[in-house]
Design a protein around this ligand. Structure first.
Ligand code: ADP
Length: 190
């Protein structure tokens, strides 16, 4: 049975940074919907322009588009691949779709890690990132909107995984290596 990890948390909680380290240590394929969406936008395609209309405002991209995109990527991977899902699922509908997509492959989510960080620290991290990231969504107004959307649409995903007995809280403040050690300890219990 392959290891499938969902990394969860607010914008700026460190999902991307930790995902790269987790993928390397546990030999998982890193799937970041944010990265996939940015790659599409960089192509300047019609789809990319449509996506930018949502992301630049701090709004979520519609579920159907995200689920299709993810299903296509999953289909391209060898059957025994384990994954780290980063930035997905972000709605309960996406969590249900992921469950079905993995079930079709006789798989399931092994653990969901919730990176917990204070809101004040989130905003500071994102504003700092905005100074160098060049990301159109790392500005004060869009950051506030992303956090608001996180509370209304994404936070309920945690209850979904709690009900499945898969949710684990990870203290997300401190040094990157310390946080990574907490994550590894949690994954090793699977
Ligand atoms: P962050 O978690 O720091 O906000 P991401 O790179 O994960 O950054 O996502 C950037 C933007 O891409 C989100 O604000 C949202 O507009 C869009 N996005 C990413 N993943 C999803 C998803 N699973 N469903 C809907 N929209 C998404």
């Amino acid at each position: 049975m392959s290891l499938n990890v969902v990394i969860f948390g607010a914008p700026g909680s460190g999902k991307g940074t930790q995902s790269i380290m987790i993928a390397e240590k546990f030999g998982l394929k890193h799937l970041s919907t944010g990265d996939l969406l940015r790659a599409e936008q960089e192509k300047g395609s019609e789809l990319g322009q449509k996506i930018a209309g949502f992301t630049s405002q701090g709004n979520l991209v519609p579920d159907a588009l995200i689920i299709d995109m993810l299903a296509n990527v999953l289909d391209e991977q060898p059957a025994d691949t384990g994954f780290i899902f980063d930035g997905f699922p972000r709605t309960v509908a996406q969590a249900q779709a992921l469950k079905e997509m993995l079930a079709k492959r006789n798989k399931g989510v092994s653990i969901m890690l919730d990176l917990m960080v204070d809101e004040k620290e989130l905003v500071e991290r994102l504003l700092n990132r905005g100074l160098t990231s060049g990301r159109a969504d790392d500005n004060e107004e869009t950051i506030q909107r992303r956090i608001q959307v996180y509370h209304s649409k994404t936070a309920p995903v945690k209850d979904f995984y709690k009900q499945e007995g898969l949710s684990t809280d990870i203290a997300g403040s401190g040094a990157i290596d310390e946080i990574f050690a907490r994550i590894c300890a949690a994954i090793e219990t699977v």
